[in-house]
Design a protein around this ligand. Structure first.
Ligand SMILES: Nc1ncnc2c1ncn2[C@@H]1O[C@H](COP(=O)(O)OP(=O)(O)OP(=O)(O)O)[C@@H](O)[C@H]1O
Length: 241
């Protein structure tokens, strides 16, 4: 999918999220973050540090309390729920720790269902689903049900489902959390390969081994996001928020 001319994929300027209550919870302190096309970024932090809060904002599942968030050049604050859902469906692919596959649907059907609102012709949907499953190494399991697949295969189906609409960004939430270490390595290899082919990836994790595979790493602690200065690409450092 093409993005607005050379706009970063994600731009957060002073974005914060506070949950109301007595006292309120400052889950995400004002943060600036720019992610460009082709980046591979890990957000690493312990339990309760604000990772899910950030993920929900990045994936348009929640709204910031303050600040500006642009996805592919679009300021999302002005969008209604329907437009946000449409933007999310086309621009963001989600990969979760527990796969979230439909158990009574084949691998191909699980991927096809993600295309319903994006690709109108059903034959086309199936072809693209199969092509995407081959891309993640599952050409031999197209008709398999999730219950007959290994954890690593299930996560590959989930990755294919996330990729099938050619999103601008792949948002991965603890993608190896349910996998043994060898399978986790293989899934991380796949993410790396996809990134080398141009897919923009954000991985949110508490696991430093997973984070170490990314080219850029930011740390989140008590809602504060920080990135070593030398880690930020020059092109991003030059852009003022
Ligand atoms: N809906 C909510 N209302 C109030 N407080 C919340 C809400 N959701 C999260 N929090 C609080 O915000 C802070 C950050 O939570 P968040 O779920 O983002 O952390 P996390 O890093 O994803 O944790 P984990 O790794 O355990 O999932 C925590 O103090 C949490 O208790």
């Amino acid at each position: 999918m093409t993005t607005a001319a050379a706009a970063p994929v994600l731009e957060l300027c002073d974005v914060a999220r506070t949950y109301p209550g007595a006292p309120p919870v400052h889950a995400l302190r004002p943060v600036d973050l720019t992610v460009e096309a082709g980046d591979y970024l890990a957000v690493v932090g312990p339990s309760g540090s604000g990772k899910s809060t950030l993920l929900n904002l990045l994936g348009l599942l929640d709204r910031p309390t303050s600040g500006t968030f642009r996805l592919s050049g679009v300021d999302v604050a002005g969008l209604n729920e329907r437009d946000r859902a449409a933007l999310r469906g086309r621009r963001v692919g989600f990969v979760f720790q527990s796969f979230h596959l439909l158990p009574y649907r084949t691998a191909t059907e699980n991927v096809t269902l993600a295309q319903l609102y994006v690709t109108p012709r059903s034959r086309r949907r199936e072809l693209v689903a199969e092509q995407t499953l081959r891309r993640v190494g599952l050409g031999h399991r197209l008709q398999a049900l999730p219950s007959t697949m290994s954890g690593g295969e299930r996560q590959r189906v989930a990755i294919a489902r996330a990729l099938v609409n050619a999103p601008d960004i792949l948002l991965c939430d603890e993608p190896t959390g349910n996998l043994d270490s060898a399978t986790a390595q293989a899934v991380m290899d796949l993410l790396e390969e996809l990134n080398q082919a141009g897919v923009t990836i954000i991985v949110i994790t508490h696991d430093h081994a997973v984070a170490s595979r990314a080219r850029r790493r930011v740390t989140i602690l008590d809602g504060h996001l920080s990135e070593p200065a030398g880690n930020v690409p020059d092109s991003i450092r030059e852009q003022a928020c």
